[in-house]
Design a protein around this ligand. Structure first.
Ligand code: EPU
Length: 423
């Protein structure tokens, strides 16, 4: 069993470098299947979700190599169409991008129902609606989704009923090899949507409007290879910003795009934290006393749901009552029970959490119930004096590149322990 042990209560100070964005990298990796030419990706985070994505590609006949740290080469010339290995696709949510990519390249895709963190029901009806708008026939069973467009995809009009990041990216991937024009309305506007569009355009696609709620795609018959650098991970950056504030420290967080962090910066400033923007860095200095705040998570440019558990820890450390509303997922408060083990006073009612701050937190043995929940546990453990043990850390390693090493580099007393299973 692997655990993280943290001896907290020490301010984090120094410089920490952010890696490439997980949620962009996994989409771009699957989008590489659209071309038969070699693609070189740089600034790729070294995380489990990237490993699993690359394993899926290898199993499907692609040549994949990692010639240097954070660099990946993908040659999908030998890609075999057909079902992807189920035991791998169920491990991660992003395997749904295989549907868009294989459909775009072969006119047919069959993928195991995607897995991922458990935030309640995670439907893919909007992805399916998009593929159908492009002329595909989609059938679902309990375990698989199969999409077919025997004469190839045709451009069409897609209007999403909900703002969906994955749905928007999947529709872009599929549509850029369709014949004719596609318009996506009510599109998500996250920075990784723009990153995927930039990648596809570098491969010869014609996508306009990514980053707004209307995306127009002119189908391109064949995409070519390219070299492309993934954007920095705004959620990793935000996590370290909150870690600085929670531990009473000062961190210069580098390799970031400060514009992507604006909603996080605004909320930290409201709490009294000092944030200074540089060209490609932010400097976060903790304050004496954190203010309570109210916050609702929303699609970009709103405050990100993937930063919700982390800021909840800061609310626990603030004085007074804070109110948190989860605006994206039905059930993203499973971590609250774990924070309560550390003394947090939080009441959850549906999508609303009321946090009574100022109650002393103490170390405990806790679990990472999902990726960002795990990040929140790390922050809480760094903030409180004494030894906290975090179990189920594979969730954290799905999305944070070298979190233990990076935090040690700025003074965190954190280590990963591998215990032999005695049974
Ligand atoms: N939704 C539908 N139907 C769909 C798709 C989504 O109803 O077909 C709903 C969802 O149930 C949810 C909302 O729409 O209530 C938004 O879901 P979205 O599709 O935007 O989420 P996703 O693409 O599955 C990605 C990230 C998540 C992140 C969300 C929201 C990846 C691999 N995952 O998920 O990241 O929370 O966008 O920003 O990109 C994480 O990194 O920790 C993480 C969970």
């Amino acid at each position: 069993m692997e655990k993280i042990i943290i001896n907290g209560g020490v301010p984090l100070n120094g410089e920490i470098e952010v890696s490439g964005m997980k949620n962009s990298a996994v989409a771009v990796i699957f989008a590489c299947l659209l071309t038969e030419e070699k693609v070189t990706l740089t600034n790729v985070p070294d995380i489990i979700d990237v490993d699993v994505s690359l394993d899926i590609l290898r199993h499907m006949g692609c040549e994949v190599s990692r010639p240097a740290a954070h660099t990946v080469e993908i040659d999908a010339a030998g890609l075999r169409g057909g079902a992807a290995p189920h035991e791998l696709t169920v491990k991660m949510r992003a395997s749904y991008y295989l549907l868009g990519a294989e459909l775009g390249r072969f006119g047919h895709a069959k993928v195991g129902m995607p897995g991922g963190c458990n935030f309640g029901v995670r439907p893919i009806d909007q992805h399916i609606k998009a593929f159908e708008s492009l002329g595909a026939t989609v059938t679902e069973s309990d375990t698989t989704v199969e999409a077919t467009a025997m004469r190839g995809l045709k451009g069409g009009s897609i209007f999403f009923d909900v703002v969906t990041v994955g749905g928007t990216m999947n529709a872009m991937i599929a549509a850029c090899c369709a014949t004719g024009d596609t318009v996506i309305e009510n599109a998500a506007r996250e920075p990784h949507i723009v990153d995927l569009a930039n990648f596809l355009n570098t491969c010869g696609a014609n996508i306009r409007g990514a980053g707004t709620d209307t995306i127009k795609i002119r189908g391109a018959a064949k995409l070519h290879g390219c070299s492309y650098a993934i954007i920095p991970d705004m959620i990793e950056a935000g996590t370290y910003m909150i870690a600085a504030a929670a531990t009473g420290g000062k961190l210069r967080i580098t390799n970031v795009i400060p514009k992507h962090l604006e909603s996080i910066t605004a909320k930290l400033e409201e709490m009294g934290v000092d944030v200074t923007e540089e060209d490609e860095a932010v400097v976060v200095s903790a304050c004496e006393r954190l203010n309570n705040i109210n916050l609702k998570t929303l699609p970009y440019p709103g405050y990100p749901t993937d930063m919700q558990p982390q800021i909840c820890v800061l609310m626990c450390l603030a004085s007074g009552e804070s109110r948190l509303v989860e605006g994206v997922w039905d059930n993203r408060y499973r971590y609250v029970e774990e924070l309560k083990r550390m003394g947090a006073d939080i009441t959850v009612n549906g999508r609303i959490a009321t946090v009574t701050g100022g109650k002393p937190l103490h170390p405990a043995r806790v679990r990472a119930v999902d990726l960002r929940a795990g990040a929140a546990m790390v922050i809480a453990a760094l903030a409180v004096k004494g030894k906290t043990e975090i179990e189920d850390i594979r969730y954290i390693e799905r999305g944070y590149d070298n979190i233990v090493g990076k935090l040690r580099g700025v003074g965190g007393r954190i280590q990963k322990i591998v215990e032999e299973d005695i049974f």
